[in-house]
Design a protein around this ligand. Structure first.
Ligand code: NAP
Length: 303
């Protein structure tokens, strides 16, 4: 296989997914007499969060859905935020609610997430949806890990019987990723900061999902030849190439792409791999929520 065909193009896959969603959203509007709606709540001025929220809004509108943005100042009280969430829970035009994380330190994230109606929790972070995923019931699955599974199934077809290692055990990526891979009948190992001989653990895997937050930690000689590598990490590091201006940075993943791409059967790049999937899956979850709330049939597996 040539080096190019090994690269899993998440950007192109996400574009295709958004095109499918736009067709479903138009059909929803025709049947329901209204657009599907996604509300995003942002507290404070964090520049990265502002960029995410802006992109979510743009892509929601581009997919033919309604975008509602609620901005609260950094010193807003938790009660103010909970009141906004309650108002969105009660609003029939809002199918999905996303509260942009992280929240300011004086707010309890778990309490805020617990206030979102689980049927509008398109981020899949509410304990009811966590429980539904763990028990195999229909609910909402966190966007980034669901995007990873979509890329894996697109590349490999059935994942049944494959050995998978997930590096990282966060609630938003590692744990739901492991649950999804169990549901796909993989044999799953979850590694974390206390794992002994991580390189040896990774070497056994047919599928490696790295969600650590440590630049280029996973080396090529950790990868079993032919394995599929999904790099969730987004790390900004200083540019060291000749001629780079001082202070310039670049994005890298948790996997040392150059060495891993030599060995892997397929690998996601950073940027352009998992990253673009997250918002596309958020839109997918929103159009699914809209159909469920309106009582309209949808083949969710086709999205
Ligand atoms: P997180 O909450 O910080 O979790 C990191 C996990 O990595 C923890 O479980 C930690 O283990 C483990 N870990 C840390 N150092 C390790 C080491 N040396 N060896 C093995 N495991 C180690 O991070 P996260 O929210 O899951 O995000 C992970 C990465 O994905 C970040 O780079 C983030 O920016 C990126 N991300 C990307 C997207 C996207 O593409 N859209 C979305 C979400 C996150 P312990 O539990 O033992 O501490």
């Amino acid at each position: 296989m040539s080096a190019d065909t090994r690269i899993i193009d998440g950007k192109a896959f996400a574009e295709g997914l958004r095109t499918r969603i736009a067709a479903v959203a138009a059909d929803f509007e025709a049947k329901a007499g209204r657009k599907a709606g996604l509300a995003v709540v942002l507290v404070g001025e964090d520049p990265a969060s502002q960029v995410y929220v802006r992109n979510k809004g743009k892509q929601t509108v581009a997919a033919g859905m309604e975008s509602f943005e609620h901005k609260l100042p950094a010193d807003a009280s938790e009660a103010d935020l909970l009141a906004v969430v309650e108002q969105l829970n009660a609003d029939p035009a809002v199918d999905g609610i996303l509260v942009q994380l992280p929240l300011p330190a004086h707010m309890n994230e778990q309490k805020v997430i617990a206030t979102i109606n689980p049927d509008k929790d398109v981020d899949g972070f509410h304990v009811v949806n966590v429980g539904r995923l763990a028990t195999g019931l229909p609910g909402f699955v966190p966007c980034t890990p669901l995007g990873c599974v979509m890329l894996l199934k697109d590349r490999l077809g059935s994942l049944s019987g494959l050995d998978a290692v997930v590096i990282g055990r966060s609630n938003i990526v590692g744990k739901p990723m492991a649950q999804l891979l169990i549901a796909e009948s993989c044999t799953v190992t979850v590694a974390h900061s206390r794992t002994k001989d991580l390189a040896d653990v990774v070497r056994r895997a047919d599928i490696v999902v790295a969600a650590v937050g440590r630049p280029e930690m996973v080396k090529g000689d950790w990868i079993k030849p032919g394995a599929t590598v999904i790099d969730v990490g987004i790390n900004r590091v200083p540019r060291t190439d000749q001629g780079a201006e001082e202070g310039k940075t670049r994005l890298v993943g948790d996997v040392d792409f150059a060495s891993a791409a030599e060995v892997a059967g397929a690998i996601t790049p950073v940027p352009g791999g998992v990253g673009p999937m997250t918002i596309a899956v958020l839109l997918r979850n929103t159009i699914v929520a809209a159909h469920r709330s309106a009582g309209l049939a949808l083949d969710e597996s086709a999205l």
